[in-house]
Design a protein around this ligand. Structure first.
Ligand code: LLP
Length: 441
């Protein structure tokens, strides 16, 4: 739950705002964003990793409001598409604090990023290095295009060959997936050589991201060891001391009471001691470090509030009954349960209940049986239409992966702070849907 969440006589409040009041004002369903919690998590990472650069991973959730908070809290920003870059630009974020990711950036995206002066491009293929080398050459050549601007900072995304213990679709450091240059095959060293040889590119260092929703630092340890070994090899083989290493994001959060995530301070001390230990063993100086947490900053800072529409009891084998609680959203505002078999929890947010808990499943209103928000939860046995249900931990990858499936209107993101609400993203309207449907004007 967001850290300002309180429950009083069965009514859940976030940021001092009772959710029934929020729904009366802004409608349902709605994502509720606790500004104080977001800022506290962002600044906790900044302070715990004080000697690092902390890049917030915008893919988790991005909008101009959040970008302004990040600027104020002194974080940097990781974007991975032209669209995310556009949000950063629109919010006036300092471009030298932006890192631009992606395995297939278009030439137009690269041109835009270079034109805006992003601090670093994280390159992910030989084709991309070639394109970027080409389009940055004029920046270091005095000539008709005006004064030289200097080279563009580049990190080389490497694959450390680690099996991260998380869902297959969100693990990214094993060899057989699309991201990065393999360290084992020698591609990573070759990529470093090519970046170093390009006059328009400034080789900043290596980048490794092993996956997402990871609790165990042993994956980071293996990755850090392999990345630092390559860092040392580059020094010997090419004679270049790269200034930086980025260890990516992926720090896990609690979706249910089963999960036990570490605090930023503990993560920082573990990661730092792993890196320092390896550097000592390799006899190299500790490079500047950066990380890219997304989920761990925004995930817990939001919850989703829904209204119950229908309730149905279904008999399972062995006399067990499962109560299907249908809410006014679903897989269009949270695809993670269907896509990753993710676990969530839920609570009634609008009233007290003394009823016996009943095995319940919170489902959406989409035309699909897999449209499940919360697989298993014990909700009060008297849950009924009109009740509000709140689901915590929906800040990361819910709004950012939301869709208009079945022509659903994506819910608003409502900020809460000190007993007040404000709209961060407004609810979509039918006019938004029809804006792209030009068949009948
Ligand atoms: N850096 C890079 C290079 C990444 O690819 C990612 C996530 C992050 C940082 C941030 O990871 P985080 O700290 O948020 O775990 N849609 C999936 C997650 C995909 C993550 C993709 N990359 C989900 O809903 O779990």
């Amino acid at each position: 739950w967001p850290r300002t969440a309180t429950k009083d006589d069965g009514v859940l409040s976030v940021g001092g705002v009772p959710l029934p009041e929020l729904v009366r004002e802004h409608g349902s369903p709605a994502y509720v964003l606790d500004e104080a919690d977001f800022r506290a998590r962002a600044s906790a990472f900044r302070d715990a990793f004080a000697s690092y650069d902390v890049y917030y991973a915008g893919k988790a959730f991005l909008c101009t409001t959040v970008v302004r908070w990040l600027a104020e809290e002194g974080l940097s920003l990781d974007v991975c598409s032209g669209g995310e870059l556009a949000v950063a630009e629109r919010a006036g974020f300092p471009m030298e604090r932006v890192g631009f990711h992606g395995n297939n950036k278009t030439v137009a995206e690269l041109e835009r990023a270079v034109g805006l002066g992003v601090g670093r491009v994280i390159v992910d293929s030989f084709h991309e290095i070639e394109r970027l080398a080409e389009l940055t050459r004029p920046l270091v050549e005095e000539g008709s295009r005006g004064p030289a601007r200097g080279p563009v900072g580049v990190m080389v995304r490497v694959t450390a060959g680690v099996e991260a213990h998380t869902h297959e679709y969100i693990a990214t450091a094993h060899e057989d997936q699309k991201f990065g240059f393999s360290i084992a095959s020698g591609d990573a060293l070759e990529a470093v050589r090519r970046v170093h040889a390009a006059p328009g590119l400034e080789l900043l260092g290596l980048h490794s991201h092993i996956g997402s929703q990871i609790f165990d630092t042993s994956g980071f340890e293996v990755a850090a060891r392999r990345v630092l070994a390559l860092h040392a090899t580059v020094r010997e083989a090419i004679g270049v001391e790269m200034p930086e290493i980025d260890l990516g994001g992926g720090f896990g959060i609690a979706y249910t009471t089963q999960d036990d995530p570490s605090e930023p301070a503990q993560l920082a001390s573990e990661v730092t001691s792993i890196v320092e230990h390896e550097c000592r063993a390799l006899g190299i100086t500790v490079p500047r470090l950066s990380i890219e947490p997304g989920r761990a900053i925004v995930g817990p800072a939001m919850c989703t509030v829904y209204e119950v529409g229908t309730v149905k009891e279904v008999a399972l084998d062995g006399g067990v009954v499962r109560t299907y609680v249908s809410v006014d959203g679903g897989m269009s505002d949270n695809i993670r349960t269907a896509l990753y078999d993710a676990d969530y929890s839920a609570t009634i947010a609008s009233r007290p209940s003394g009823a016996e808990p009943a095995l319940s499943r919170v489902v959406g209103k989409h035309c699909e049986a897999g449209d499940i928000v919360v697989k298993d939860e014990f909700l009060p046995g008297d849950v009924r239409p009109g009740d509000l249900v709140a689901v915590p931990g929906t800040g990361a990858y819910c709004r950012s992966m939301a869709s208009n499936y079945n022509h659903a209107l994506r819910p608003p993101v409502i900020g809460v702070r000190d007993g007040k609400t404000y709209t961060v993203l407004r609810r979509e309207t039918e006019a938004d849907l029809f804006a792209t449907d030009v068949g009948v004007s």
